[in-house]
Structures are given as structure tokens and as C-alpha cells.
Ligand binder design. Structure first.
Ligand SMILES: *Cc1c(COP(=O)(O)O)cnc(C)c1O
Length: 779
């Protein structure tokens, strides 16, 4: 590895006839990546001996691989030397596109899991889809979200290897295509273990027949190519909503079937036709319901190709599969119309019916009445196939992703299943990898921590607890605060460059970044800012520490209300920036195109982390963990992993407000937001800005729609379905308390410090270890 620098130079010369100084950024990126790739075998994970875990996920939100891989390979220093020898800024690759093959938290979790698996030496291989276009890129025009395609491959994909010879035939009702694997090595920290991320690309069976010009055969071949490539052309941009689209089902079946056929093929090389060892050789984790069609598909492959009985195939499937639930919200639970399912994969439908019949038999044997059986139906009376039910019934493990979420699954959302299969339910609180989210994203804080307690936290995050002995050491807290100020200045510079907006780094940085969704309540944050704005104007609020409210969020392109919220926040920002009475105290900035690389800049710079979802709606959250690890206080509801964050770091070091799950349970049947609206002038005033002409939505009707959703209800939702008005005043109180506490710099930074010191639990190394022990039985 000592010749890494020479290899980069040689590759530049051979591939591009150029030198480091002359090379373009993309050439340099490809050469550096290729030189690093020469040190690993991308297929190591798939070829490895012993039990392997297959993580099936429709999304892997990887972000930029190059720095992470250099870090984990131990090449970051050589790379930095090489760059400085040539007077090149090591941040040069920040122009390289993110691999954004995911929407948000669920996809980013999959990426963190891969990093942790390889680092703690679990054979964890990822299987997914190689979308040509990832999550759309976002920009603003007059405050409205606009979208463009994410052509991430235009910089090249030097971290993957195409394995043409391992392609797999996939058959739909009226179409057959190949799934061609692209393998990316997943390099653990220290590079002891290299696992594989195998992403499948759809291609036609035949190559273009150039001979057959002017022939109907040519036309047919063009059509086949277009239809095949469509399958992996683009990522669906919906986060936490089920669109129920035909192409989506095709994507799901495509990568599930390809992965299973690949696994069976590799299994048979070792074990031949003896399938008795299958579930000891493979564990398959289903990341949400997107790959659940793999269950009937495995049974189909076993019965049709290996001559197994249903009973035997079902037993192996149950032992092999485990399912992770990510949501309890109705609009996100995947269901397929039987009719659609049958037009795409009729051969698989037969096996869904078999599983459904086996379920009915089992329910009957458990003494459950025919009426009560209905709530378990995999195929219900309206001809909908319930994928979560299929997954719970035909696997051995169902896990939630934070303590409170799993409790809700057991006691409410999936209670009937918990009653009959309590042993299948377990919790695995999500986590994040500290390599990306601290070691790389915040080198200043990393250096500080290693200086104080050594660097073993990089692979053992619980070690951060050793920092606690400094919690009353004013000099140490001062140093810690100085680092936060450096990160705030860096973010301010970056925002200046990206957005053309200046932010004063002395302001409090109060940050909410995550997908735009009604349940995440960015609109509540907007209302609180307006209430503070009016409070400052009227003199009701005094001694306010200047604050920059920073937002980042993409709205699904078809999600009208979410887009309305973006426009509304941008309008507030504009009004405040033009108002000389307050613009020395308040600022609202909505950064464009929030993605993993932006998150790496934003999370280290926050003073306040906004985690304000309606209690009971955010399964876990992982953004909250990134902020905590980097030393921010959480301003949040008692929801998702926030519960565990304050359990670890102390409620006194965070700002928890609002209705809890049990409070909402009590009020939900009688809740009338109109009562609150009519009885509280402050609330009425901020809500009325949606309709009283304070702001202009350019005649789109967006703001009126938001207003109606709060007071009249919209779509199938009740008025104020997410309890914004219920929580608004307690939220503003908590926000102003945090603002006031900021005046005592030492006390505030001490809270931040205690958060960092207690973030150990939220390493995805811990999460993966727990999956490995409890579910996969590989540790
Ligand atoms: C971590 C992360 C998320 C998840 O954020 P939540 O606040 O947990 O919803 C979404 N998008 C990106 C780019 C992330 O890095």
C-alpha cells in the first residue's frame, strides 16, 4: 500500500495521459478511486465462507464514497500528502456527485449498516437496485421547489465492478430481462473485512442487432431495451408513502428475485441439492416491506426449481427471513392490488395464495374466530395484498427501530400479531456510523476527543463516556465550544458559497434538516418562528439571542402540501430578511438540495437540533443521532429515538416538549383544532398568515390548502392530523428556554458536551452487533 501515491500517478498516465497537476477533478477522482480499489476484492463478501447476512434494501443512500474508503483503508494520510505536494485542496472531490440511491433515513440506515458490518467483522452484504438516476436534485425558483434529474453516473462509477458473467434471468408476465450485478466493496475501518454491495441493473436479453437495420427486428430490439432499462432507470422519490405503482412492483421483484437466485446458485456450489443447511448459511434481512416479495419468490424457486414441498420451503423461508418495520403510518404501509400483482408476477401470486391459506389454517388451529381472522388476512376482502402481514407471518423476526416504536408495534399497530407470536417481536434501535458522522465530518472534534481519551471510540463509541470526567472542566468545555464555533464558521462559508446568503456565525444555529413531511412538522417550526417574529416586533419577547433557523428538505415532487410548506418557509425567510426591525436577530435560511454531503457539513455546526415529529409518528430518526454525536442539544418531542437520547444524555441537557403518545391517545377522538385557533390570538395570528395576504403563493392555492388541512381536514386526514396547534405554545416555550440558556455559554456548551459524551449507544456498530446476536445468529 506504500505505493498508493505512485499508483495514482501511473493510472493518470495510462488512462488519461495526464499528470496530477494537469488532471481534471473527474480524472483525478477516478484515478485515486481506482488505485484504492486495487487493494481490495469487491466480491470478497459474497465469496466468503461461513454464514452470510444478505441485507435486501430498495435504497442505499451512500453519499460520497471516496473519503470514507480512503479513511477505512488507512490511505487518507497518503492521499492528503499527495494533494498537498501538488498544491491541491483535499476537498477537491466535493464536486463529485453523491450516490443518492435512496430517499432519506431508511436508505442512509442501510449505508451505515454496511459500514458497521464490515467494521465489526460481520459478513453483511447489501443487495439492491442500481438506479441510473438517484433522488432528484432540488433547487428553488421564487421560493418554490423545482426538480432536476440526478445523473450521478456522469462522474463515472470507479467504486463498482460490473460482473457480466454473473447476470441472472428475471421473468415477468410479458417480459424477460437480465439483472446484471455491479459490485462495490464495502471496506471496514482498518480494512480487516471487505464486504460486498451488489446492485442489480436491468438490461435486455439481446444486444442491439445492428445487422437488422430497416427490419422490424430492430424496432423490436429497441423496444425491449427501453422496457428493460426502465426497471432500474429511476428511484421513486416518495419517502414514507406507498405509491402502489406497477413499475415499483417490478423493481421490487427484480432485485429480490435476482438476489435470491444468486444466493441459491452460490449455495449450491458448496452444498449441491442438500438444502438442510440453507438457513445456517444465509440470513436475509428485509429492510421494510419493499423486498418482502422475496418470501413467496424463495418458496417458488424452491418448489419449482428444487422440487421441494411447500411445507419444507415455507419452513426454510421462515428460518431465513427477518423483517424490519420502519413505520406505523397507514399511508406508508405497502399493499398491492391483486389485479396489479397478477399482471406483473402471476407466477408469484400463486405462492402468496399458498402462504395466505397456511395462515388461515394456523389461525384456526389457534382458535381464532373467523371474524377475528380478518385482521390478519394477507389477501384481504378488498383484494389487497398486505406486505407487512406477509412478512410477519412468513419470517421468524419482526423488529422495530427504536424502543418506543417497537412498543407501539406490540401494543397497538401490530397488536394482534404480537398476541399470537410474541417471540417474533424485538427492538433494534437504529444507529449511525461514527466513521462518517464524526471522524470524517468533524475532524476538529475527532482530534479533540482523541486527544482527551484516545482514539478507540472510532470502533467503540461507548468510549465517549470517558469524556464525562471533563464535564465540569471549564477549559475543556471552552475548547469544545471553540470547535463548535469553527464548524459554524465553516458552515456559514459553505452556505455563502452554495446559497449566496450570509449568516452570522455568532447567531444560534437552530437546524431542522430531514425529508419534508407533514408528520415531521416543519410547518410547526415555521409557525414558531412567526410567533417569535411577532413577539419581537411587539416587544413581548425581550433579551432574545440572535438565531439563524436553518432548514434543508426535499419534498416528494407530487406532494403538494409539502411543497407548500417549503414555499411558506421561504416566504417567511424573505419577509424577515427585509425587515430591519428584526433582521439583526432573526434569520431563516432554506438550503437547497439537502443530501448526505450537505448533512456532513450541517450536523457538526448545530447548536439546536430540531426533532419535532408528532409523538408516535417518527419510528426512530437518525438525524437526531448525528446532531447529538456532534454536540447539539435536542429540541424535540418524546418520539422515536429522542426518547433514548434524553435517557442517555439527561432530560436536563435537552429540551423536550409537547404531547406524548399517551396524551394524543387520550385526546384524539375529541380533538378540535378550531377551539385552540379561536381561543388563542397568538396561534390564530400565525395560522392566519396562510390566508390573510401576509404571504403570496403566486396563486397556486398552496397556502389555503395548508390552512384547510389544519382547520377543516384534507384528503383522508382529520383537521390538524399532526397536532400542530396542540403543541405550538409548549414548543415556543421550549425554544425560548433554549434561547435563554444560550446566554450562559459555559452551561450551554456543557449540555452539548454531555450529549456527545453519551452518544455511544447510537453507533450503528451497536445496532449491527444486536442484529447479529439476536436475529442473524452470527456472533
Ligand atoms: C440522516 C439523514 C436523513 C434522516 O434524517 P431524519 O432526521 O432521521 O429524518 C435524511 N437524509 C439525509 C441526507 C441524511 O443524511
Amino acid at each position: 500500500m506504500s505505493n498508493f501515491k505512485t499508483n495514482v500517478k501511473t493510472i493518470l498516465e495510462l488512462d488519461y495521459s495526464t499528470t496530477i497537476k494537469e488532471a481534471t477533478t473527474i480524472q483525478l477522482y477516478n484515478a485515486v478511486s481506482k488505485a484504492a480499489m486495487q487493494t481490495v476484492n469487491p466480491e470478497e463478501g459474497i465469496q466468503a465462507k461461513g454464514k452470510k447476512v444478505c441485507y435486501l434494501s430498495a435504497e442505499f443512500l451512500i453519499g460520497r464514497l471516496v473519503y470514507n474508503n480512503l479513511l477505512n483503508l488507512g490511505l487518507l494520510n497518503q492521499f492528503s500528502e499527495l494533494m498537498s505536494e501538488n498544491n491541491i485542496d483535499i476537498r477537491i472531490f466535493e464536486d463529485i456527485e453523491d450516490a443518492a440511491l435512496g430517499n432519506g433515513g431508511l436508505g442512509r440506515l442501510a449505508a451505515c449498516f454496511l459500514d458497521s458490518g464490515a467494521t465489526i467483522n460481520v459478513r453483511l452484504n447489501g443487495y439492491g437496485l442500481r438506479y441510473k438516476y438517484g433522488l432528484f436534485k432540488q433547487y428553488f425558483e421564487d421560493g418554490f421547489q423545482m426538480e432536476t434529474a440526478d445523473d450521478w453516473l456522469k462522474c463515472g462509477d470507479p467504486w463498482s465492478v460490473r460482473r457480466e458473467e454473473e447476470k441472472i434471468l428475471i421473468e415477468f408476465k410479458n417480459q424477460s430481462v437480465y439483472a446484471v450485478p455491479y459490485d462495490t466493496p464495502v471496506i471496514g475501518y482498518g480494512a480487516k473485512t471487505v464486504n460486498t454491495l451488489r446492485l442489480w441493473q436491468a438490461e435486455p436479453l439481446e444486444n442491439f442487432d445492428f445487422e437488422a437495420f430497416n427490419d422490424s427486428k430492430y424496432e423490436k430490439s429497441v423496444k425491449e431495451r427501453i422496457d428493460a432499462e426502465a426497471i432500474t432507470s429511476v428511484l421513486y422519490p416518495n419517502d414514507n408513502t406507498d405509491a402502489g405503482k406497477k413499475l415499483r412492483l417490478k423493481q421490487q421483484y427484480f432485485f429480490s428475485s435476482a438476489s435470491l437466485q444468486d444466493i441459491i446458485k452460490n449455495y449450491k456450489v458448496v452444498f449441491g441439492n442438500d438444502f438442510s443447511q440453507f438457513s445456517s448459511e444465509y440470513a436475509i434481512q428485509l429492510n421494510d416491506t419493499h423486498p418482502v416479495v422475496a418470501i413467496p419468490e424463495l418458496i417458488r424457486l424452491f418448489m419449482e426449481q428444487e422440487g421441494m414441498t411447500f411445507a419444507k420451503a415455507f419452513k426454510i423461508a421462515k428460518e431465513t427471513f427477518a423483517y424490519t418495520n420502519h413505520t406505523v403510518m397507514a399511508e406508508a404501509l405497502e399493499k398491492w392490488w391483486v389485479k396489479l400483482f397478477k399482471t406483473v408476477i402471476p407466477n408469484v401470486y400463486k405462492y402468496v395464495v399458498m402462504i395466505h391459506k397456511a395462515l388461515l389454517k394456523e389461525l384456526k388451529s389457534l382458535g381464532i374466530s373467523e371474524e377475528d381472522q380478518k385482521k390478519y388476512y394477507i389477501i384481504d376482502e378488498n383484494d389487497l395484498i398486505h406486505m407487512a402481514r406477509l412478512a410477519i407471518y412468513a419470517s421468524h423476526s419482526t423488529n422495530g427501530v427504536a424502543w418506543i416504536h417497537t412498543e407501539i408495534l406490540k401494543n397497538d399497530a401490530l397488536h394482534e400479531w404480537y398476541e399470537i407470536y410474541p417471540e417474533r417481536f424485538n427492538n433494534k434501535t437504529n444507529g449511525i456510523t461514527q466513521r462518517r458522522w464524526l471522524a470524517l465530518a468533524n475532524m476538529e472534534l475527532s482530534g479533540f476527543i482523541s486527544d482527551k481519551i484516545g482514539n478507540s471510540w472510532i470502533t467503540d463509541l461507548d468510549k465517549l463516556k470517558d469524556l464525562e470526567k471533563f464535564k465540569d472542566d471549564k477549559a475543556v468545555i471552552k475548547q469544545f465550544g471553540d470547535i463548535k464555533n469553527i464548524k459554524k464558521r465553516q458552515l456559514a462559508d459553505y452556505i455563502k458559497k452554495q446559497e449566496g446568503i450570509e449568516i452570522n456565525p455568532e447567531f444560534i444555529f437552530d437546524i431542522q434538516v430531514k425529508r419534508l413531511h407533514e408528520y415531521k412538522r416543519q410547518l410547526l417550526n415555521a409557525f414558531s418562528i412567526l410567533d417569535i417574529y411577532y413577539g419581537l416586533k411587539e416587544g413581548r419577547i425581550k433579551d432574545f439571542n440572535p438565531t439563524a433557523f436553518i432548514f434543508g428538505a426535499k419534498a416528494a415532487p407530487g406532494y403538494f402540501r409539502a411543497k407548500g410548506i417549503i414555499k411558506f418557509i421561504n416566504e417567511i425567510g424573505k419577509m424577515i430578511s427585509e425587515d430591519k426591525d428584526v433582521n439583526d436577530k432573526l434569520q431563516v435560511v432554506f438550503v437547497h438540495n439537502y443530501n448526505v454531503s450537505y448533512a456532513e457539513k450541517i450536523t457538526p455546526a448545530a447548536d439546536v437540533s430540531e426533532q419535532i415529529s408528532t409523538a408516535g409518528t417518527e419510528a426512530s430518526g437518525t438525524g437526531n443521532m448525528k446532531f447529538m454525536l456532534n454536540g447539539a442539544v435536542t429540541l424535540g418531542t418524546y418520539d422515536g429515538a429522542n426518547v433514548e437520547i434524553v435517557q442517555q444524555a439527561g432530560e436536563e441537557n435537552n429540551y423536550i416538549f409537547g404531547a406524548r403518545v399517551e396524551d394524543i391517545e387520550k385526546i384524539k377522538d375529541s380533538y378540535d383544532p378550531n377551539v385552540i385557533y379561536n381561543s388563542n390570538p397568538r396561534i390564530k395570528r400565525v395560522v392566519d398568515t396562510l390566508i390573510d395576504g401576509t404571504f403570496d403563493d403566486n396563486g397556486t392555492g398552496m397556502f389555503k390548502e395548508l390552512y384547510d388541512s389544519l382547520l377543516k381536514g384534507a384528503s383522508w386526514h382529520k383537521p390538524d392530523n399532526y397536532y400542530l396547534l396542540e403543541d405550538l405554545l409548549s414548543y415556543v416555550d421550549a425554544k425560548l428556554q433554549a434561547n435563554k440558556d444560550f446566554s450562559d455559554t459555559y452551561a450551554f456548551r456543557r449540555k452539548c458536551f454531555i450529549n456527545t459524551a453519551n452518544a455511544g449507544k447510537f453507533s450503528s456498530d451497536r445496532t449491527i452487533h444486536d442484529y447479529a446476536v439476536d436475529i442473524w445468529k452470527v456472533k
